[in-house]
Design a protein around this ligand. Structure first.
Ligand code: ADP
Length: 592
């Protein structure tokens, strides 16, 4: 309250007005009172003159007498006034303020006194002046005295101004005291009223300041039913609304923050000076910077990429969104898709950069292109052979039964190659698409492997290759799809036979690696694989020696199909090999 400037302003204005009006009131009242006192005194003087005139007969004819002087002195004492009798010649014949007759005689002629002149000419006269006789300010009243119908003299009553002043000043003192007391009371009332008016405003101001400072839990209660009461209600309603809005804003901000942080795409928001307002973890990961440290700093202090910087500057200048691809060569071979969009507002307050990693997409694209090129090439070779043999036959070779027999066999061979290639492609596409339905069952390995070997036996025998089974413990089972496992084992044994010279040995062994996994190995004593090629063996169309593979009827898709099948059956595949000594392919699948 004491610190409220409004309080002091209002209080001082009201107090000033109060004091000013009290002073004006006192001045008017005391002026009026003074003239009233003078009027009353004049009336008293008039009454005294009348009393004196009525109590005396023929005084002016008798002239100065001891008797008259005594009488006038007594009357003067009785009325509290100075009484003077003056004849028409201005000679004073009695004066209540003179002690002896001799002193009266000694008084100067009063003919020229203002009030005496007025009384002689009009019947009565007044004047306020310093008495030459008594040498002090006095109020005079003079009245013409008639005897036997003729003007005989003047009766004069007078009173000293000091007496009147004393009377006036005592009344004035009273008025000032009353005015002071009234002012004091009014001041107290003003203080109370202003304080009562200011208190709600102070409370309101404090509450508004608290809200501005972020404390929205402000409730006001004014018991008044007037505008202040309504104001308090409106204020409470407003603060509640505001608290709710702020809560909603915070919640949506948090939600947005969570969404942005959870995004795979990198998001960076900058102001118009390219200072980072926000950056999520993904942005930091993609551009190799710390979002926390970059906050509030120029973006390109943390991210050194000329292409991106150029794009951001361009967008801020043109205010047109931009899409582009940025290659991060210095740090990695990453390709980023970047969308830069200006934030709405005039002037533009900044921009948002969205980054997404396109490296994998581009890799897959190039793999696809490579695959198409490989497939076309693989298809072209047998097709060209078929076409050449057919054309030769049509052009006359058909007539030679021996040649046509050989050519037709070649055509059949190439057609078979084509068929195998297409079947492998279909099989690979089906496994890769994830549409192939596997019937996972528990398979006992011994009978299963033996059955597989029966299919391969003939080819192995033709090369004098020995097919061996090594079972560490009987009754081991594997969880797999029968057809899938047959294809896996078939391909591995087939490769082993293909890449093992005559008189070689192929061993198929299996064992329980732990309580969950069964290890199935196909080991050969073949040509082996150089270490540098081992990691690429499972890629589509990869062949160490293309010509040899083709000669042996390989498509280059066998191991790729095996790898996809093993992965689909929740297993892994690996290879160990030594050139000239042989290779071992190891498949790990769940125990049955
Ligand atoms: P292909 O139809 O050519 O055999 P695969 O995908 O089955 O295709 O095999 C890919 C390549 O891996 C083969 O061309 C061959 O060079 C090599 N390879 C596969 N199995 C063996 C093995 N047991 N011994 C040596 N090399 C092998």
């Amino acid at each position: 309250m004491w610190s409220s400037r409004l309080f002091w302003k209002l209080f001082l204005v009201y107090a000033g007005l109060n004091i000013a009006s009290a002073i004006v009131f006192v001045l008017i009242v005391s002026g009026r009172q003074q003239s009233q006192v003078v009027e009353q005194v004049q009336q008293r003087l008039h009454d005294s003159a009348v009393i004196m005139r009525s109590s005396m007969d023929d005084v002016f004819q008798q002239g100065l007498t001891e008797h008259l002087q005594d009488k006038v002195k007594k009357l003067g004492a009785l009325t509290g006034t100075r009484l003077t009798l003056i004849d028409m010649d201005g000679i004073v014949i009695a004066d209540s303020d003179q002690a002896t007759l001799e002193m009266v005689r000694g008084m100067e002629n009063h003919r020229n006194r203002v009030e005496v002149i007025q009384a002689i000419s009009t019947g009565s006269g007044t004047s306020e002046r310093i008495s030459p006789t008594l040498s002090e300010p006095m109020l005079y009243y003079a009245m013409l005295f008639e005897e036997n119908g003729q003007p005989a003299g003047v009766v004069r009553a007078a009173i000293t101004m000091a007496k009147i002043q004393k009377e006036v000043s005592s009344v004035e003192k009273l008025i000032w005291s009353i005015a002071f007391l009234v002012s004091l009371t009014v001041m107290f009332i003003t203080y109370w009223v202003v304080a009562r008016m200011i208190r709600p405003l102070t409370i309101l101001t404090n509450a508004a300041e608290s809200i501005a400072g972020g404390d929205y839990d402000q409730k006001l209660y004014f018991p008044q039913q007037d505008e202040l009461g309504i104001l308090a209600q409106s204020f409470n309603h407003m603060s509640q609304e505001m608290a709710e809005r702020v809560r909603q804003l915070q919640a949506s901000g948090d939600r947005l923050g969570t969404v942005l942080e959870g995004m795979v795409e990198g998001v960076i928001a900058t102001n118009e000076h390219q200072h980072v307002l926000f950056a999520n973890e993904s942005a930091g990961r993609l551009l190799f910077f710390s979002p926390e440290e970059a906050q509030g700093k120029p973006l390109f202090e943390s991210v050194r990429n000329h292409q991106l910087q150029k794009a951001v500057t361009e967008v801020l200048n043109t205010l047109e969104p931009r899409r582009m691809e940025v290659e991060l060569e210095s740090t990695s071979d990453r390709i980023l898709g970047v969308t830069t969009t200006p934030l709405p507002g005039d002037p533009c307050p900044g921009l948002v950069i969205v980054l997404f990693d396109m490296t994998e997409l581009r890799r897959l694209e190039s793999l696809r292109q490579e695959f198409v090129a490989n497939v076309s090439h693989e298809l072209k070779t047998p097709l060209s052979s078929i076409k050449a043999y057919t054309e030769t036959l049509i052009r006359g070779a058909m007539d030679d039964p021996k040649i046509s027999q050989t050519f037709l066999l070649r055509i059949e061979e190439q057609a078979e190659r084509l068929h195998e290639l297409i079947m492998d492609l279909i099989s690979l596409a089906s496994i890769e698409s994830g549409n192939q339905v596997f019937d996972i069952v528990s398979i006992e390995l011994r009978p299963f492997v033996e059955a597989c070997l029966v299919d391969q036996q003939k080819v192995a025998e033709s090369k004098n290759i020995e097919l061996l089974i090594e079972e560490k413990e009987p009754g081991i089972k594997m969880k797999a799809d029968e057809e899938g496992l047959h294809q896996i084992l078939g391909n591995l044994i087939n490769n082993a036979i293909k890449y093992t010279p005559d008189q070689g040995k192929i061993t198929i062994r299996w064992l329980c690696e732990d309580s969950h996994t069964v290890l199935l190995q196909v080991q050969d004593t073949g040509i082996g694989i150089e270490e540098k090629y081992q990691a690429r063996l499972f890629e589509r169309f990869f062949r160490v020696d293309k010509a040899r593979s083709r000669e042996l009827g390989g498509t280059g898709l066998g191991l790729s199909i095996v790898k996809h099948l093993v992965q689909s059956l929740n297993g892994t595949i690996g290879v160990t090999s030594k050139v000239g000594e042989g290779s071992t392919f190891s498949v790990r699948l769940p125990r049955g």
